[in-house]
Design a protein around this ligand. Sequence first.
Ligand code: HEM
Length: 431
Amino acid sequence: MHRQFGPIVRITPHEVHISDPDFYATIYGGHRDKDPSHFARLSLTTSSLATIEHHLHASRRRPISNYFSKQSIENMEPVITSKIQKLSTRLQEAHTSGSIVPLDAAFYALTADIISEYCYGLRVNYLDDKCFNNGLHKATKSLSKLSHIMHFIPCDFLIKSMPDWVLSLISPSVKAVLDAKESVRAKSKSILCNQKTQNLDKRTIFYALNEPGLPPQQRSLEHLVDQGSQLMGAGVETTGSTLKFIMFHLLHNKSLLVALRNELMEESQSTRWSDLEKLPYLTGVVNEGLRLFAHHFGRLTRSAPFETLYYKHWVIPAGTLISASHYYMHMDPQVFPNPHKFSPERWFDVKENGGQQNSRLVPFGKGTRRCAGQNLALAELYLVIAGVVRSFDFELFETSPDDILHYREYQIGFPKKENDGLKVEVTQVFK
Ligand code: HEM
C-alpha cells in the first residue's frame, strides 16, 4: 500500500500508518495514548503494557523502570551468570553423551529461570528439565496465537468468568495462559497476606510494586498479578527467540562464529556486561539479531489525544490512531544496504555515519512506552552469546532457515511450519 499510495496510508477507518523513518520519533515521542483495543487483546487490564492513557501509564510504569534500570541489572548479573553456568553444565553433558540439544528450548528455559528468580526470588529450574520444558514459554506462545481473535473479540471478560474445565475443553492454550497467571496470583496473594512491605525481599519486584508512596489502587492484588504476569510473559519469549536467531546465524555461516570467537578470545577475558558491550564484533552480532529478528510485528499504535500532528502537508487531528512498523525502520536499504543480510560489520562505522544506524534501530520501541526490560534483555544477549561461544562449538542438526526465520505473524513472528526449532550437536568444549 505504501508503494502504491505513498508514505501515509489510512489503513483502517480510524488509523493512519506512516512509513517514514524521520517521522518515527514524532509518533512515539511526547505524551501518547495507546489504542484502546489493547485492553481486549491482553487480558492484563491494569498492566503498564495495556494501559491506554499516558498519565496513568506513567504512574504504573515508574516502579518497574527503576527496577530494570541499568544499575539494577548490573547488580543482578550474578543471577544471569549462575544460569549461564547451569546451561554450560547441560551442554557439557550433551557433549559427553553425544545427544542432540534443542538449543532454543534451552534459551527459553534460561530466560524463564532468570526472570522468575529476578522478579520473584523463585527458582523454577526449567534448565534442569530433561527437555527444557517450560510452562511460561508455552503460555506466551499460546497467548500470541490468540492475538488476532482477541483483537476483534474482547474475550477477557468471558475467559475470566469461565470455569477452568470449560476452558480446557475449548482451548488448551488459553488454559496454559491462565495456569501461568494463576501461579503469579498465588505468589502475589501469599506476599500480600503474610508480609508487611518492610519485610519484603528488596530484590524482588514485589518490593518495587509495594512502595509505600504508591497509590493504594496500585498496590492491589489485581495490579500485582497483571504487572507480574506481563513481566513473566515479556521476559521469556522475546530474548529467548533473539538468542535462537543469533545462534542460528552464527552456525549457519561459521565464518561469523569464528570471527566472534577470535574477538572474544583475543580482546577481552571479561564476563561483565559493561566490558562486553565495548567489543565491536559482539555488538554487531547483537545489533543484527535485534534488527533482523526482534522487530515487533504488531503496529504499536499510538494517538496524540490533545495535539494536532503535521506530516508534510497532511494534518492529523488530535486523537487519531497512528502507527509505524519497525520493519521499515530496520529494513531501509539506504541505511542498511542489503538489509536481509546478517552482517555484524555494518555496525563498525556507526560513528562515521553520524550514528544513523543507531537511531534507526528500535527493537525496544521509543518514548515513554518503550520496553521496560531493555537493559535485562541486552545484558542477557551479551552475556549468553559471549558465554556460549567462548566455551563451545556446535554443528546444526536437521535445522534449516525455514525452521527459524519468521513467516507468520501473531504479534510476534513464527516460522513457516511448527517445528522442533534450533537443534545442535555440541562438537567441542573449550577449557
Ligand atoms: C529482545 C528482547 C525484547 C524486545 C525486542 C522487546 C520489545 C518490546 C517492545 C517493542 C515493547 C513496546 C510495546 C508497545 O509499545 O506496546 C516492549 C514493552 C515491554 N517489555 Fe519488552 N522486549 C524485550 C525483552 C523484554 C524483557 C526481557 C522484559 C523483562 C521483563 C520486557 C518487559 C517489557 C515490559 C514490561 C513492557 C511494557 C512497558 C510499558 O508499557 O510500560 N521486555 N518490549
